[in-house]
Design a protein around this ligand. Structure first.
Ligand SMILES: NC(=O)c1ccc[n+]([C@@H]2O[C@H](COP(=O)([O-])OP(=O)(O)OC[C@H]3O[C@@H](n4cnc5c(N)ncnc54)[C@H](O)[C@@H]3O)[C@@H](O)[C@H]2O)c1
Length: 255
């Protein structure tokens, strides 16, 4: 059976647990015919353990997106394994505890800087690290949480996601002439490790129980994974700098 990623080589960051959005993107990408390589943080052993649950084997490379040495060696390591890349998935987010959970007014800049570095600037760093392996038709896909609104508890991850969304547009602008697309999926709440580390995340997720036109299941990252795979495929050939909402429709509800 043919898949929409047949023959494509895709690098996927952010596989930490089975609940990781990236795990589901990797699973669906393999099911759709892609050869997948994973990057791991904080330890390759954790990601290797989860990778065993994928339908096919996937090589794991250590990558802290804030570590320039890791970024510099990435293209060489990926080239040895796959030769080139048709797609890159950025599924990375982090903010220190004092930048989350209702402490917005008191968060020190050091914590804001960490959130911005890991969650937003890293889209540029990762894309540039992979750029030598990408050519016309390649796609970069990242994950956001709708940065148009001020959410309960989300605090400095909000401005970090706003920066990520703008970064994606500027990457789309500058890489368009090379035929490389850059898009984001704006997902509704999913009960992953990153989500559970936000104090009071269930208050935020409760919004979906009352406002989502489509029924929303926080335990199901597959709809988000499907959108990632679609954006990696050749079925969005002229779409770039776009944000596709996979949020049950909450983004367009007035009340
Ligand atoms: N869970 C949600 O409700 C939700 C909603 C919308 C968007 N997102 C976004 O989806 C993406 C994936 O998150 P998730 O929900 O799957 O959680 P997750 O905890 O499974 O994934 C977050 C990943 O970020 C990685 N990471 C953190 N610091 C890193 C660093 N310095 N270098 C490299 N990797 C690093 C972690 O290893 C982890 O794999 C994030 O960008 C997150 O903000 C999540």
């Amino acid at each position: 059976m043919s898949g929409i990623l047949d023959g494509k080589r895709i690098l996927i960051t952010g596989v930490l647990m089975e609940s990781s959005i990236a795990f589901h993107a990797a699973k669906l990408a393999q099911e759709q015919g892609a050869e997948v390589i994973l990057t791991a943080f904080p330890r390759p052993t954790l990601t290797e353990r989860i990778a065993k649950k994928l339908p096919k084997p996937a090589k794991v490379i250590e990558l802290d997106v804030t570590n320039q040495e890791h970024l510099d060696r990435l293209a060489g390591l990926v080239k040895d394994e796959l030769g080139s890349l048709d797609g890159v998935v950025h599924s990375i987010g982090f903010a220190p505890q004092d930048a989350l959970g209702g402490n917005f007014l008191n968060t020190p800049f050091e914590s804001v800087a960490t959130a911005m570095h890991v969650s937003a600037f890293s889209l540029k760093s990762l894309t540039m690290a992979c750029r030598p392996l990408m050519s016309s038709g390649a796609a970069v896909v990242g994950l956001t949480f709708d940065a148009q609104f001020a959410w309960p508890q989300y605090d400095w991850m909000g401005p970090a996601k706003a920066a990520l969304e703008a970064t994606s547009r500027y990457l789309a602008r500058d890489l368009g002439k090379e035929g490389i697309r850059c898009n984001l999926v704006s997902a509704g709440p999913i009960g992953s490790m990153a989500a559970k580390s936000i104090p009071g995340f269930t208050d935020l997720a409760d919004v979906w129980n009352t406002r989502s036109p489509l029924e929303w299941n926080m335990a199901d990252p597959e709809p988000t994974g499907r959108a990632i795979v679609a954006l990696l495929s050749d079925w969005f050939p002229k779409t770039t700098g776009e944000i596709v909402h996979v949020d049950g429709g909450v983004h367009m509800m007035g009340a």
